[in-house]
Write a protein that binds this ligand. Sequence first.
Ligand code: DGJ
Length: 717
Amino acid sequence: MLSHDEVTADTTARRVLHLHRGGTSVVIDLDVAPHPAIVHWGEELADSSEQTLHGLAVAALPQRVSGGLDEPARATLVTSQAAGWLGTPGLEGHRDGAAFSVRLELEDIRADDHQVRLSLVDREADLSAVLELRVGPSGLLHQRITLRNTGDSPYTVQSLHLAFPVPWDATEILDTTGRHLKERTPQRRPFTYGTHLRESRRGRPGADATLVLAAGRPGFGFERGRVHAVHVAWSGNHRLLAERSAAGEAVLAGGELFAPGEVILAPGASLTSPDVIGSWGDGLSELAHRFHDEWRRRPAHPVRPRPITLNTWEAVYFDHSLDRLTALADAAASVGVERFVLDDGWFLGRRDDTSGLGDWYVDATVWPDGLHPLVDHVVRRGMEFGLWVEPEMVNPDSDLARAHPDWILRARTTLPPSARQQQVLDLAHDDAYAYIAGRLHALLDEYPIAYLKWDHNRDLLDAGSGPQGVARVREHTLALYRLLDELKAAHPGLEIESCASGGARVDLGILARTDRIWTSDTLDPLDRLVNQRYTGLVVPPEMMGMHLTSPVVHSTGRTVDLDLSAAVALFGHVGIEWDLTATDEPTRSRIAAWVEYAKRIRPLVATGRTISVDDTEPGIDVRGVVAHDGTSAVFTLTQTDTTVAYPPGRVRIPGLDPGRRYRVSVVGGPTGTAGQSELAWQTHDITLTGRELDAVGLRPPVQYPQRSTVIELVAQS
Ligand code: DGJ
């Protein structure tokens, strides 16, 4: 054991920076060598005196120990071996196989109370960097680095990620995985010594990508338990890692993932990382609210009421005809739909999914007068018109591929393995970009298109600029961002959905330039409950497309109740994915009633706080949205399966104002299942305080499995 006075660093006069905003403090020890380290990220300090800041920095200093370095290494913002860090380096690179060592030293600091710009330099490696840390208005910690090659030879960047230290008692990891039709399924594991690495190499985050990597106190849930998480705001390849070292440091880190040689900085050139964003909370809901709150403050955030959408895909698939689609539009208008979206199948040669991608001209064999008759019909019915596109993709069976085979991403003479019979266009190729941009502008100029459903149905596999060429994921992603920005600028008011097979491109990079995601291709409400809860860790509910399904779910074959489907869709951007022309009048009026209800509560959904209730009995799901001012809330009590308790025990309704009294009512009136008496609180006029609703709760109604009850809570004063 070493004694107290053998603490290695000079503790007498440390420079310590305190960034704080939105309930978050970040305390940075500027005197860690060779550049700063975060000593606290999380709860806002009640006392931020110099004494406290200095105390925190000194309290974090490690002792020298046997078998270790004379000056123990710290988890600095960009870790490196030359500074003693033996875990995953923050920056790796080289000059043609040599000059691999990096040691970025602090040179300059520009800071105010919530952000800092740190200038770093490595004169031996001929590198400089600007590291920006910013605490956003809701307490998110953003980090971004710009690395510059100040040498006179090219510098290859192999990896670059930024570190977010987490408390040592964060010993449980949560991330998400999945597949098409089951995206963002949670998984947990102990945060033990070593590295837990999640990488996306699909050229888009992918259905199996994790939206965040979280670490918290064991057993943390949505309502309780300190938890920190990191998200990479980038739509290409990325990596997130959680690392616990035997030197007593636990970090989350994230950044873009590069293919070999993908980033070679010419002399004087620089590379800017995506924003890597950290959030924390007492429970996952608080962590999620930081993302939602900050995202909603952006000037570009869609604030007008989210139009109820009908998407034609599951109604007609490729069977396009004017008669069929105008009939569908009539049915849509009759139930209160406000946006009608024509999905895949309208363009040249696209009679199924084997051909046509790339030929973005209206197919005259199906649409002899163009889309005008349909668009006019839709607009006359008082709805907006939306159009499906998949601009980054190309079918080898298309005029485009035949004319420009060199515009297809490939790294060898043969094409990469195909998926859905399609390949990816090289959007970073100037001519390919100009063609795609030109077609999209032309369509947007010709038709009053209010919305593009932007699909992306395959991964970027082995994506190169041509045989023996360079890796293209990064350039492709940047070109995509440029195109989206350009379209938005040239067509004010245009909204865009990031679809990607339903939920395979969900990240704050794309959501900075689009208005919603298509959350998943599955419309099965039971799968959607999980998917939406974990997508909601980052994405605000009004940006998640949630549609009512037809009674037999196309992706699972399960027969589901309309009320369940509607209840599950309520806390999002509501729409319908169903051939309404095949529904009878009673069904249509039930749909219309749900649409009307969704319209009534959409202002609450778009501004309120999402609540997920922990520790409910298996078989019961309780979630809701509470108004920011605590005046009202809507919750769903969903019976996902049978429960042992019959009738079930009480469920808590948390998140309301503890001191206020609420009237509780069931939307649509009392529910009842054959053989049961009425539930007393549905027929008695009761009021309970937010405190009692959280601490004691109420009986959920007895329901058949796969049924849901929507309840409203309205403050009485
Ligand atoms: C995948 C999408 O997720 C679906 O909604 C639909 O647009 C199809 N692609 C069309 O090909």
